[in-house]
Ligand binder design. Structure first.
Ligand SMILES: Cc1cc2nc3c(=O)[nH]c(=O)nc-3n(C[C@H](O)[C@H](O)[C@H](O)COP(=O)(O)OP(=O)(O)OC[C@H]3O[C@@H](n4cnc5c(N)ncnc54)[C@H](O)[C@@H]3O)c2cc1C
Ligand code: SF4
Length: 486
């Protein structure tokens, strides 16, 4: 009998992602600060993977990325094959390798972490390595696709959900047109996440590959304003709504209409694209703060992006968050990164008023200290104000990164469409069908806001359902059926 090869568990010697020195990275708004694995490091990191037969990381990735297969290809030094496998499940590997919260997803179930405080394989770093290697090799990458079906699909929104659906549908041979309100494709990946975290060359490369499949992306077309939804529906055999849920909002506290108080979406759109769209942000224009004192309110991805960009614009930057670091939704390592760059972190602090001067300019933020108390309903601990703890944080600009609101512009007038109380489409069934025949929806417009990879997974599953509908003609909204597997 053939002897089984002894498995070597390298639980601790993970190759950490190299970063630019904080003093250097702070100087460059458009420079990515995580440098990525080079070839030898990537090969060594891939060698740490023990290639589990039933790899637990695959089901903990929303698109079921088949890590045990593509990491094995890196071990064999076959990056081309690795990218081919990655693209079976995800058209945005270079993006996900950078922005996914891997520690909560794929890396959280790595077998190396099961004992002795082991450290997971650097799955995100390896995924980025594969995508970047193909891009930088100059290969003219073309995905395989099936022969034309003669069916056409209209997609509203060119964010990760819409573009992912477009990719999988085009590979199935369908004719796909994406209608995008903004003058560029990418959704939050372009106007929200700053270049310091996501190199635009990586994003552009993966969008170009989708276009190479024949997908048409019509930018500057606001469905529900420039063209009625009905026209889109009439022009296609099926429609996928992937319009996100990305309207910037404020907190509703006194003083927030003062000059110098911005929504995070307005501010980030201005920094990242120099374009602010009234559908998504209330600000007509924003004078970007430079060498001022900026207070960012919030504790998620968006707050971190505001902090990173504010520091790079030369501002003294404060984070104000009503909970603790541990109970925030941003990635843990990113709090370390912003702290290294000099951001002043005010945890357990709740703003209650923006203070202005006689000219109507912001001069400070009145806050109270908070404490976490147990939630009576058994949920996560609740922040409660500490009596007599009012204080003022002096600042010139306030950016509110307190979540995004609904944006039903595209679908608000669709007759009989079930829209939920948040103006979103959480009313879809397990196959991403809305209650109106031929109309599907996915991404943030369904879940109200999650992650890039969840939006991609929705696009992938919806594409499979749309394909089934186009080829069988069966429409059974809400009927008990097995959920579509990503
Ligand atoms: C600032 C910020 C940072 C984030 N950082 C991360 C991160 O690091 N990692 C992570 O995993 N997730 C992150 N997220 C969350 C993630 O970006 C979203 O969950 C994801 O982009 C949702 O994808 P989507 O395609 O559903 O929507 P979107 O990305 O919002 O795309 C929707 C698109 O539809 C278009 N659209 C809207 N209405 C119309 C209309 N009427 N007609 C035509 N087009 C329309 C919009 O212009 C937009 O381009 C972040 C979110 C924000 C706001
Ligand atoms: S897509 Fe995201 S969650 Fe899935 S394997 Fe890649 S980095 Fe991990």
């Amino acid at each position: 009998m053939k002897k089984r090869k002894k498995v070597v568990y390298r639980r601790h010697d993970r190759n950490e992602m190299p970063l630019l020195d904080p003093e250097i990275r702070k100087k460059y708004l458009n420079k990515e600060y995580a440098l990525g694995y080079g070839h030898t490091v990537a090969l060594d990191e891939a060698d740490r993977c023990i290639l589990c037969k039933k790899a637990p990381c695959t089901p903990s990735c929303p698109v079921n990325s088949e890590m045990e297969k593509w990491i094995e290809e890196i071990q064999k030094q076959n990056v081309f094959e690795a990218y081919k496998i990655l693209r079976r499940n995800n058209p945005f590997s270079s993006v996900c390798g950078r922005v996914c919260p891997q520690e909560r997803l794929c890396e959280s179930t790595c077998v190396l972490t099961f004992k002795d405080n082991g450290l997971s394989v650097g799955i995100g770093g390896l995924e980025r390595f594969v995508g970047d290697s193909i891009r930088m090799s100059g290969i003219d990458w073309i995905d395989e696709k099936e022969p034309p079906t003669g069916k056409s699909v209209g997609i509203i929104g060119a964010g990760p959900a819409g573009l992912s659906a477009a990719y999988f549908l085009a590979r199935k041979g369908h004719d796909v047109t994406v209608y995008e309100a903004l003058p560029f494709a990418g959704g939050v990946m372009r106007y929200g996440i700053p270049e310091a975290r996501l190199d635009r060359r990586a994003l552009d490369f993966e969008i170009e590959l989708i276009k190479k499949l024949g997908v048409k992306i019509k930018t500057g077309v606001k469905v529900g304003v420039d063209i009625p939804f009905e026209d889109i529906r009439n022009a296609h055999d099926a429609v996928f709504i992937a319009a996100g849920s990305g309207r910037g909002k404020k907190m509703g506290i006194p003083g927030e209409d003062l000059k110098g108080v911005y929504t995070a979406i307005g501010y980030l759109m201005k920094v990242n694209t120099d374009y602010i769209d009234p559908m998504l942000a209330p600000e007509e224009d924003i004078e970007l703060p430079r060498n001022k004192r900026v207070a960012v309110i919030g504790g998620g991805f968006t707050a971190v992006d505001c902090l990173i960009t504010s520091v790079r614009l030369g501002n003294e930057t404060h984070l104000i968050y009503r909970r603790t670091r541990e109970t925030s939704s941003a990635r843990d390592e990113e709090w370390d990164h912003v702290a290294e760059e000099g951001v002043i972190l005010h945890w357990l602090t709740q703003p209650i008023e923006v203070i202005g001067n006689e000219k109507g300019e912001v001069v400070g933020l009145k806050c109270v200290k908070m404490e976490l108390v147990p939630d009576e309903k058994g949920g996560r601990p609740r922040p409660k104000p500490v009596e007599g703890s009012e204080h003022i944080i002096e600042c010139d600009v306030v950016i509110m990164a307190v979540g995004q609101g609904d944006n039903p512009t595209a679908y608000k007038d669709v007759p009989n469409l079930k829209i939920d109380k948040w103006n979103n489409l959480s009313t879809v069934d397990s196959k991403f069908r809305t209650n109106v025949e031929g109309i599907f929806a996915g991404g943030d417009v369904v879940n109200g806001g999650d992650t890039v990879v969840t939006a991609i997974a929705h696009g992938k599953k919806a594409a499979q359902s749309i394909h089934e509908y186009l080829t069988t003609g069966v429409w059974a909204y809400g009927e008990e059926e097995e959920e579509v597997k990503a």
